[in-house]
Design a protein around this ligand. Structure first.
Ligand SMILES: *Cc1c(COP(=O)(O)O)cnc(C)c1O
Length: 225
C-alpha cells in the first residue's frame, strides 16, 4: 500500500518498477504489459502530475465523468489514451465509441449490437475486451465461461467487432490466480491476444499469467472516497 507521503508521480514510478520486476520474474510474460492508470473519481489536479510524469494510458468507469474531466486534459496532453473499464449502458455506446480508445466491458449481446451501430456511425471502433465473469458471481457483469465461445463468435464473426482481448475481475474473497489462469486459457483457445487482468492488489500475479493490460487505481492515486 502507498505510504501517506507518497505522491501520485512517485507511486507511478513504483508501480512501473514493480511491473517490470514481475515481467522479469514471470516464466512466460506477455510480449508487453501496459499500465492502465485507473483515475476514476479523481479530479484533474490529481491526474495531471501523473501525466507530467509521462503516463499516457488512463482508465475511467463513467462516460459523463470522462467527458467532463478529460476534455480539458486532452487539450493539454493530446496523445493520451483512454480506456473504459466500467459497465457501459447501450444508450451511451455512441459517446463511448467517440471517447475511448479501448472498452474493457463488452459483456452482453445487446451491447455488442449497440457498439456495432455506434462504430458504423462514428466511422471508427475502439479495441474491445470481452468481460468474463470467471467466478460466475450473480451480481457481477461479464459472460460466464460456458457462454464465452458463443458470445465471442457473435461479436467477432457475426458483428465483425474488433475483439482484441478478454477481461476479468476475480471474486474479492478468492485467490485470483485460478481466475487469471482460466482467462488466459480462454484467450488461447480463441486466439485472442490481449488479457486485461490485475488491479492494485494482484497485478503482479496477473502478469505471471500473461496480463497485457493491468488496471491499477488505488496504488497510484490513493483511496477513493
Ligand atoms: C476501479 C477499477 C480498477 C482499479 O482498482 P484498484 O483496486 O483501485 O486498483 C480496475 N478495474 C476495474 C474494472 C475497476 O472498476
Amino acid at each position: 500500500m502507498s505510504s501517506f507521503a507518497e505522491t501520485p508521480a512517485t507511486a507511478l514510478a513504483d508501480i512501473l518498477a514493480r511491473i517490470d520486476a514481475a515481467r522479469k520474474a514471470a516464466l512466460r510474460p506477455a510480449p508487453f504489459t501496459k499500465l492502465v492508470a485507473v483515475s476514476k473519481t479523481f479530479e484533474a489536479e490529481r491526474i495531471r502530475p501523473v501525466l507530467q510524469a509521462g503516463q499516457r494510458c488512463f482508465g475511467e468507469s463513467r462516460v459523463q465523468e470522462t467527458i467532463r474531466k478529460w476534455s480539458p486534459l486532452r487539450d493539454e496532453f493530446p496523445d493520451v489514451e483512454l480506456h473504459l473499464v466500467g459497465a457501459l449502458q447501450t444508450n451511451k455506446a455512441r459517446e463511448a465509441v467517440e471517447l475511448f480508445d479501448a472498452i474493457h466491458s463488452l459483456d452482453r449481446p445487446k451491447l455488442a449490437h449497440a457498439l456495432r451501430s455506434a462504430c458504423d456511425c462514428v466511422g471508427r471502433c475502439p479495441d474491445l475486451f470481452v468481460q468474463v465473469n470467471t467466478g460466475e458471481e450473480p451480481q457481477k457483469a461479464g459472460v460466464v465461461p460456458d457462454e464465452a465461445a458463443a458470445f465471442i463468435a457473435l461479436c467477432r464473426d457475426q458483428l465483425k467487432l474488433p475483439v482484441k482481448g478478454l477481461m476479468c475481475i476475480p471474486p474479492a474473497d478468492e485467490a485470483p490466480a485460478p481466475h487469471f489462469a482460466l482467462l488466459a486459457k480462454l484467450a488461447r483457445a480463441h486466439e485472442i491476444p490481449h488479457l486485461s487482468m490485475g488491479m492494485s492488489a494482484d497485478f503482479e500475479m496477473a502478469i505471471r499469467f500473461g496480463a497485457t493490460h493491468v488496471r491499477v487505481g488505488t496504488a497510484i492515486f490513493g483511496t477513493r472516497h
